[in-house]
Design a protein around this ligand. Structure first.
Ligand code: GLN
Length: 259
């Protein structure tokens, strides 16, 4: 009798523990991860773009920010915005971070806080293949230059004496303007120009002149947000564990320069 009682007790205890464990597991499984709302402007291949007929956002920046989010234990949600809407959207709280091949500039640093730089870029000039008159920024004087609104390329174009600057929301429109011969040149980030020249621009356009000024890219967050520190920590970890290099090599076909 005693034995039976003991066995029953054990069974009851076992059932309770099992139920308890099961309950805990369920809670953990349904525990929603925190969401990191990230804004971008996706006509900037190979950094952020959508493959033809796809709604997914792909590219170096997209893979990097997803890896950063994962490192932070967060789910990344991408929002498609105009480039010039990114900084206002950070300040209004519509997004938590912006990654868009955005150069860290003194002017922007007044409005937002940047993470550590994750890529070093620079501007270049693109013209149509048959154009032999434009070889440098100086040759753009009095010419029509197509650029994306709110970019460092737009600022550079505006600094050219007598140039007519044609501003567009997307880089797709910028290149279209050049190839429709409605603009003499485009000023844009060099890696984006290079990517374009072996795809849609192949056989049509070419790159001229030297790369203008090194421009480091950073992830922008609301001014003084502590999120910048958390992003930097995750980025440093990805650089250490080889994940950053893996993503870099996938998109640029070579290892990043040591910095
Ligand atoms: N790097 C440039 C800038 O920050 C262009 C960025 C872009 O067009 N996405 O202005």
């Amino acid at each position: 009798m005693k034995k039976l009682f003991a066995a029953l007790c054990l069974l009851t205890a076992f059932a309770m523990v099992a139920a308890g464990c099961g309950g805990k597991k369920d809670t953990a499984g349904t525990d929603a991860k925190k969401v990191l709302k990230v804004g971008t402007e996706p006509t900037f291949a190979p950094f952020e773009f959508q493959e033809k007929d796809s709604k997914d956002f792909t590219g170096f920046d997209m893979e990097l920010i997803r890896a950063i989010g994962k490192q932070m234990g967060m789910t990344v949600e991408i929002k498609n915005l105009g480039f010039d809407a990114l900084i206002p959207s950070l300040n209004s709280g519509n997004i938590d971070a912006a990654i868009a091949g955005m150069s860290i500039t003194e002017a922007r640093k007044k409005a937002v806080t940047f993470s550590d730089s994750y890529y070093t870029s620079g501007l270049t000039i693109v013209v149509t293949k048959d154009n032999d008159a434009i070889k440098s920024l100086k040759d753009l004087e009095g010419k029509k230059i197509a650029v994306q609104i709110g970019t460092t390329g737009a600022d550079k174009a505006a600094s050219v004496p007598g140039a007519q600057v044609k501003r567009f929301n997307t880089n797709s429109e910028v290149f279209l303007e050049l190839n429709n011969k409605n603009a003499d040149a485009v000023i844009i980030d060099k890696p984006v120009a290079e990517y374009f020249l072996v795809r849609e621009g192949k056989g049509k356009d070419k790159l001229v002149g030297d790369t203008m000024d090194a421009e480091p890219y950073g992830i922008a967050v609301k001014k003084d947000s502590k999120l910048a520190g958390e992003i930097n920590k995750a980025l440093a970890e990805l650089k250490k564990n080889g994940e950053y290099n893996k993503i870099y090599e996938k998109w640029f076909g070579k290892a990043p320069k040591a910095n």
